[in-house]
Design a protein around this ligand. Structure first.
Ligand code: SAM
Length: 297
């Protein structure tokens, strides 16, 4: 049964009426604060034929808090592949199926990608109700350059694999990658991960966002060594998103290197915008230098 569309605000010409929801609906749920559930998410969960979730008890608590009674079934890393055919069958029978994760945006470091890919390949409708996501929320609160950013999920839990992964990113930086990196991390591993970041990337600006949207939300900003000192004194607790920015520089050699790397794949204007955002240097100045380098060939 299609989920009823919600009327949009008549004051905002950008809104328009939403299309009726049907097929597979990827529904984002709060990352800690129930007030962040959207009205579209609520409507979808209340009216769909089935909710696929990682844990029926956890999602049951969310539904109970909203006074919603709905049928829930599990879809998690261990049964996703096996469940795909039956879910596609139900979608073909015109059912509306919502997919949620324990918290935040499904698929992002959460199950569902294989199902979405199969539904797309089968030509079945897939839509999303966007909402909370810890990585983007941490990014905008971090004070680090927001563009470009690279979200990497959880770092490997074993130190050797983690250092190898970080070294690969550092090598990409040496080849011209300039971005803010964002990871999810468990509190008991935060300190060792920060120490590895310091060893591989050096002491650059970073942030640790904890318990976002909840009562004890904090965002610690500083250099990686300052954060190492802080979390050595006070071991981290709660849910954590970790970010490091690109190396800070006003060194002209480094500016030129970055511009040359960016100009290899981008227009002068785009390369200048990218490097100016990443370094914090004035756009006019960076553009003028980009143009010179471009003309020098
Ligand atoms: N899909 C989710 C999303 O959209 O944010 C993330 C799922 S991932 C399995 C869970 C991890 O996200 C946590 O272990 C933590 O690293 C991070 N996270 C989730 N909620 C958070 C919060 N409120 N504050 C900071 N980080 C959070």
């Amino acid at each position: 049964m299609p989920v009823a569309a919600l009327a949009a605000s008549p004051d905002d010409p950008r809104d328009g009426l939403s299309a009726p929801l049907h097929g597979l609906v990827l529904v984002s749920t709060p990352i800690g604060n129930l007030g962040d559930i959207s009205s579209r998410a609520r409507t979808a969960l209340a009216t769909c034929d089935l909710i696929l979730c990682e844990d029926t008890r956890r999602t049951g608590r969310l539904l109970a808090a909203m006074d919603i009674r709905a049928r829930t079934e599990t879809l998690h890393d261990h049964n996703e592949e096996a469940r795909i055919e039956s879910v596609l069958g139900r979608l073909r029978a015109n059912e509306t199926i919502a997919l949620v994760s324990d918290a935040g945006t499904p698929i992002v470091s959460d199950p569902g990608y294989r199902l979405v890919r199969a539904a797309i390949a089968a030509g079945l409708p897939v839509t999303a109700i966007p909402g909370p996501n810890a990585a983007v929320t941490a990014l905008i609160l971090s004070g680090l350059p927001p563009l470009p950013f690279m979200f990497l999920g959880f770092p490997p839990s074993k130190q050797a694999a983690r250092r190898t992964a970080f070294s690969g990113l550092r090598a990409a930086e040496r080849a011209g990658l300039v971005c803010t990196f964002v990871w999810y991390e468990a509190p008991h591993r935060l300190l060792e991960t920060l120490v590895d970041l310091l060893d591989v990337f050096g002491d650059r600006n970073a942030a640790v966002a904890r318990e976002l949207t909840k009562r004890f939300e904090t965002v610690e900003r500083g250099t990686v060594s300052e954060l190492v000192a802080l979390f050595t004194r006070e071991p981290a607790r709660g849910e954590i998103t970790l970010l490091i920015g690109p190396p800070e520089t006003d060194d002209p050699e480094d500016l030129d290197g970055r511009l040359r790397a960016a100009l290899a794949t981008q227009t002068v204007k785009d390369a200048a915008a990218l490097v100016s955002t990443a370094t914090g240097l004035p756009r006019k100045l960076v553009y003028a230098r980009a143009l010179q380098i471009h003309e020098e060939g």
